[in-house]
Design a protein around this ligand. Sequence first.
Ligand code: BES
Ligand code: MN
Ligand code: ZN
Length: 503
Amino acid sequence: GVSLNRITSGVFPVGRIMDFKTIVNGPGGLAAVAADTLLVVLVGNAVPEGLDKPLSAALAAAVSQGDFVFKAGHSLVLHGAAGIKASRLAFVAAASASPKHFRNAVVAGVTALKSGGTRHLAVALAGSDDLDDAHAQALVAAVSDTVYVYRHTKPSAPAPSVLAKVSLVCAKAQSAGIAGGLLHGAGVAEGVALARECANRPANHCTPSFLAAEAKRLGKEFGLKVEVLERKDCEKLGMGSFLAVAQGSHEAPKFIVMRYQGAAKTEAPIVLVGKGITFDTGGISIKPAGEMDEMKFDMGGAASVLGTMRAVAQLKPKVNLIGIVPACENMPDGRAVKPGDVVTSMSGQTIEILNTDAEGRLILCDALTYAERFKPAVVVDIATLTGACVIALGHQRTGLFAPDDALAAELLAAGERGLDPAWRMPLDEEYDDGLKSNFADMGNVGPRPGGAITAAMFLKRFTAKLNWAHLDVAGTAWKSGAAKGATGRPVPLLTQFVLSRAS
Ligand code: BES
Ligand code: MN
Ligand code: ZN
């Protein structure tokens, strides 16, 4: 196999260093694969034809004794199976050979092996010849997502996995494409892990200053230019909207600008803008207490920008990329902005802040205006912007808003390809009516119905000079309930998008 990439841990103890490689299926077949554990993903509802004898014998025996069924997600782990070099043989059923179902099956398989002693895992797809680079990407995502454990403020969490090497078994003709997929997957996985780790850290750890320090650290490690604007700098630039949100907090706001240069300086950059509210109490329009803890994830957009910068810096595509993160807390305070206050944004447009809990759009609008100076080819903002988006799309698909059809199609395709899907939402001019104000150029909220759309319409007012798209990740950036935690989305979508634009 070709030695590919290493999943390094950076400053974050996100797991063990992991190597992803290909193993070319040789004359001995799967039975001869040298690994601690051989995980066979099964497509179809019977023992696949052409499966190597020792494997099909073991599988047939398990099926006949009722210990395995061909139902997606079902798995079986055998020790010391006859005629098989790997000391553990695992089977897992997939709903189909699609990259998504392959990913789901690998997640189920690795979960079954999770607390075990596997150091080298080899994965094979049986019952289909369709293995390609998309499967390779899916494998890396599945394994690294599954072994990630948040430990920073929970030392008693399960010990990091001992898994150090993962191989994808393939035919010789497939191996070059698959090697590329593993490389891409490893870059994305690093970015996702970084985004998850940042977003999972509580708001007393993950402050605007922490995000700025993290950006600087990434800059040092990967040779990115990183600039952090302080409150005074933002005042000089006239960022009255961003600073209005920040004024209720004792934490210093930070406006972070990161630059990756992979193409000629003259080439127009892609700009990513991430909402970096490190905690959203709602401000004076305070939120109810239930689940307010989850508002530590309100910097998920910012985390995805850091994660994508990291992925791209590692994969080094020929493209210019700029990440912008306006970061602050939204707090109630004697100095906090009040409902009805009117502020002047960097664009010169005035805003009546009718609801201090609609703060994301207030920090993003100034960041979008700031982005104009880079004369970008495209600007994508990423934000946990509205509860209404969660009502509209649930937790599966990210809300995508873009006036330009070609850009929308490009982002949707990147999401499908990265198994990080989005869904397009409308931006008809009629939705703008809700933003009218008697006291300013606009209010910051519209009526409750269609709340995700009016939020996007608000941002649209600041994008006249830009080719712009907006991703509302309120439903996809984190999970609630027993599995509460950040997902790292939409780093896969964004990385795929940036790479697809490389020359
Ligand atoms: N950060 C929230 C959006 C959010 C809410 C994300 C729930 C995920 C779950 C945002 O700042 C917010 O509070 N939005 C308000 C807007 C409203 C006041 C127009 C909302 O969605 O309720
Ligand atoms: Mn809010
Ligand atoms: Zn918010």
